[in-house]
Design a protein around this ligand. Sequence first.
Ligand SMILES: [Zn+2]
Length: 223
Amino acid sequence: MIRHHPDKNLLLEYASGSLPKGASLVVSAHIQMCAECRAQYRTMNTLGGSILESCAPQAVNDKAFHRLMGRIDQAAEPEQQVTPERSKSTEPMLADAPPVVHKLLEKNPPIKWKTIAPALKMCRLKTGQDQYEVSFHRLSCGGKVAEHDHRGYELTLVLYGSFSDSDGVYSPGDFLLREPGDVHRPTVTEDQECLCFSAVQAPVAITGVSGWLLNRLIPFRPG
Ligand SMILES: [Zn+2]
C-alpha cells in the first residue's frame, strides 16, 4: 500500500506542464504506480481542458505548436497503467518498475553501479535536461546512509525494498520530496536491498566529520 504521495501543488505543477523535466520523471513514475494520484491527475486535466474550452482561440506560430504537441505527448505517459510485462533489464529489482523508468532504461546503456559509500551505489541516467541529476540509488540490506543536507529539491520514489528515516517508512511506490535545508539519515530494512529512483536539483552535502572529504568525492552531474 502506497502511503506517501506528492502533494496537490506538485501534482498541479506536473499536470500544467510547469514542472522541470527531471522532476517530472519521478512524479510521472509515481503516478503510474499510484491509482489515487492517477485519478487526481485525470481530474486536474479534465478541469484544465474545461477552462481551455471556455477561452477564445488564439493563433500560435509553428514552433510553439510543435513544442506544445511535444508536451502533450509527455503528459500522456502517466495515463498508461503499469503493465505486468517483465523487464528486459538484467536487474531483477527493476522488473516491476513503471513504464517511464523502462523508457529511460532503453535510452541508457546497461546499468553501471558506482559505489558512493559502503551501503550506497548509484547509477546516473541521461535524460536530456540539465537542471536535475536523475539516477537510481541502490542501498544494501540494513544499510545506513550518512546524514546529509539537501541544498536543492530532491524527489525520490521507492521502486524496490524499503527504508525509513525520522519521518516514516517508505515502501515501493512511496514518494518523498526533500526541500533545501532538510537533513535526514535513511536506514534500509534488514531483509532486502532498496532501490530508489531520484531527481536531485543541487549537490547533496554529507554532514558530520567525514563530510568535508566525501562532498569532494561525489560529483554532481545533472543531465
Ligand atoms: Zn500517489
